[in-house]
Ligand binder design. Sequence first.
Ligand SMILES: Cc1cc2nc3c(=O)[nH]c(=O)nc-3n(C[C@H](O)[C@H](O)[C@H](O)COP(=O)(O)O)c2cc1C
Length: 145
Amino acid sequence: MRTIIIYESTHHGNTKKLVEAIAAEQNVDVVSIENAEAIDLSDYDMVGLAAGIAYGKFYKRTENFATKIPRDVNVFLLYTCGNPSDGYVKNITKTLEANGAKVMGSYGCKGYDTYGPFKLIGGIAKGHPTEEEIRGAVAFYHKML
Ligand SMILES: Cc1cc2nc3c(=O)[nH]c(=O)nc-3n(C[C@H](O)[C@H](O)[C@H](O)COP(=O)(O)O)c2cc1C
């Protein structure tokens, strides 16, 4: 079983913490979204898409990359956000399924957020993702296997 996780974690590296914890497992490769085009996804059994959330969706480059994922690829989703909502996976799931990819599941948790006005109050979701949330991401990955 080989997995690749493609990540975009530009705000505070919050999502990257989840990705790195999973990457400590066997047979998991990791690549940042900038380098994702060069990857042959057919070398992998599972593809993880990991990003922060902006304006209620996965970051734009990741949402765009989802349009290029071929049919029958098994995909799981990882994200961090300032203010959790199940709805954040909606758009990317729709895109993936419209192309015939299989969305196996998603895991999201809070991530330190200093966007816009939140900066003035020192940010929200300080200290997130916590160790427990990071362990939760690893446990989620085990369920996907
Ligand atoms: C431009 C921008 C827009 C954001 N919009 C949302 C949002 O709609 N909902 C939310 O819960 N968090 C939002 N956030 C917070 C980030 O999703 C959160 O801090 C996330 O953990 C950042 O992940 P990263 O450090 O891996 O980039 C936004 C952050 C930025 C920079």
